[in-house]
Design a protein around this ligand. Structure first.
Ligand code: GTP
Ligand code: MG
Length: 195
């Protein structure tokens, strides 16, 4: 997709704040600090439209980014960040679940995983939950630049095995730093939103 325009629309804390536009939505889920916001920036080739931070827990609402008049990227709060209080984590969990369950324009969830490490318990729960609820998803393993190219496939295999992914299920190897995987991911997104 050619991105002509990308703009931040709103940080929504509840359904009443979701934008009224009937556009397809592509949501990004994953652990805190895994690189969700950076992935959005790479996809649209902007340095810092989606705010990133080396400190986990930066994104705490549903952040909507409108891409052309084609779609929204919805940056979800990261999960699994221990420093956040339990009650706050529960609120986020409910909030994310409510969005994922009831959102009619949601076309695809990108489940972002750190390629360097086996998926965490939280990643496995998220993957199983999405699958169980029939939410279309694509696993994206990011930060590929942090390991040598020769190791990539070994790590992909560990991710696939840990999540117990089936052969036909999609996985895109990604690096926001290098831009690896960007074109492949756009193809998948375009395919989903044209359905
Ligand atoms: P939360 O909003 O806290 O949930 O985090 P996030 O998942 O949005 O992560 P974010 O994009 O803010 O990135 C976290 C840190 O990882 C930042 O310091 C990024 O620069 C770094 N980072 C993200 N993606 C990559 C990548 O592909 N390669 C490298 N080397 N660093 C990355
Ligand atoms: Mg973020």
């Amino acid at each position: 997709m050619k991105v002509n325009q990308a703009e931040f629309i709103i940080s929504a804390v509840g359904p009443s704040q979701y934008p009224p536009d009937a556009l397809p939505e592509i949501a990004l889920a994953g652990r805190s600090n895994v690189g969700k916001s950076s992935l959005i920036n790479r996809m649209i080739q902007r340095k810092n439209l989606a705010r990133t931070s080396s400190k986990p827990g930066k994104t705490q609402q549903l952040n909507y980014y409108k891409i052309n008049s084609d779609l929204f990227f919805v940056d979800l709060p990261g999960y699994g960040y221990a420093q956040v209080s339990k009650s706050k984590r529960e609120i986020w969990g409910k909030f994310i679940e409510q969005y994922l369950m009831h959102h009619e324009y949601l076309k695809l969830v990108l489940l972002i995983i750190d390629l360097r490490h086996p998926p965490s318990k939280d990643d496995q729960i998220m993957y199983d939950w999405l699958k169980h609820n029939g939410v279309p998803m694509c696993v994206v393993t990011t930060k590929a630049d942090k390991i040598t190219k020769g190791q990539w496939q070994k790590h992909v295999k560990i991710v696939r095995e840990t999540l117990r992914m089936e052969k036909h299920e999609r996985l895109v190897l990604f690096s926001s730093e290098l831009g690896v995987g960007k074109d492949e991911l756009w193809e998948i997104i375009e395919q989903e939103i044209s359905k």
